[in-house]
Design a protein around this ligand. Structure first.
Ligand code: ADP
Ligand code: ADP
Length: 213
């Protein structure tokens, strides 16, 4: 199964991706995670990316398309993949279409997670990530258990000002992708408000109807 996960920052894509990948036996490709690893390792790519990420802006298309092109060549994704955070612009989506058709691959669906802005701000401002496992927590809604033995940190771009900028960027640059994939009959909207399990059940309903394409 090959999926794209669209939705504003903080809508719950990363959280739900962890379950989807486990249950459907596919691997997640999170461009945010790939970029953050490069920033942490202080690679050339990381140094360039950090300048955009810290301002809440998008990293240039060419860089992102090259990352995905080399990622998709890996054998990890033979059973499928879930793209979390890519594509984020129309040129990225067009490049992905080109790569997939060259490889003879089809998308099963594009999930569009919908959550109102006020709730997103609440979710992101208390989002914390475990340094060791990368697991996503929320200080109120999904706090770690004592036995999880976590070392939590707050993402550099999860400050309120940057969140607002990221939401604006989503509206102007990423939202047009919903129309793009709707016109191909691939976009499925999911109400992202509700508890984790409830949202996951809505996702599973869509995915099970799209297993064969
Ligand atoms: P979130 O999960 O909160 O939406 P991500 O972890 O996906 O955020 O991305 C963090 C940042 O990394 C983005 O704000 C952007 O600067 C950069 N980034 C990630 N994916 C892309 C992409 N496909 N195109 C451009 N920039 C990206
Ligand atoms: P994204 O990958 O779309 O940026 P995350 O999965 O990181 O979003 O979720 C953002 C924050 O919201 C995290 O702290 C997460 O624990 C929390 N969260 C995710 N789903 C829900 C939900 N259904 N209800 C409440 N909080 C949620």
């Amino acid at each position: 199964m090959r999926l794209i996960f669209l939705g504003p920052p903080g809508s719950g894509k990363g959280t739900q991706s962890q379950n989807i990948c486990k249950d459907y036996g596919i691997k997640q490709i999170s461009t945010g995670d790939i970029l953050r690893k490069n920033v942490k390792d202080q690679t050339e790519l990381g140094k360039i990316a950090a300048e955009y990420m810290n301002k809440g802006e998008l990293v240039p298309d060419k860089i992102m398309i090259d990352i995905i092109a080399s990622e998709l060549k890996k054998p990890d994704y033979l059973k499928g993949f879930l793209l979390d955070g890519f594509p984020r612009t129309i040129p990225q989506a067009e490049a992905l279409d080109g790569m997939m058709s060259k490889m003879g691959l089809k998308l099963n669906c594009v999930l569009v997670l919908e959550v109102p802005h006020e709730e997103i701000i609440q979710r992101i401002s208390l989002r914390r990530v475990d340094k060791k496992t990368g697991k996503i927590y929320h200080l109120l809604f999904n706090p770690p258990l004592p036995e999880d033995n976590v070392e939590l940190y707050q993402r550099e771009d999860d400050k309120e000002e940057t969140i607002r900028r990221r939401l604006m960027v989503y509206e102007s640059q990423t939202k047009p992708l919903i129309k793009y994939y709707s016109s191909m009959g691939l976009a499925f909207k999911i109400n992202g408000v509700g508890d984790f399990k409830e949202v996951y059940e809505r996702i599973v309903k869509v995915l099970d109807s799209r297993l064969e394409v």
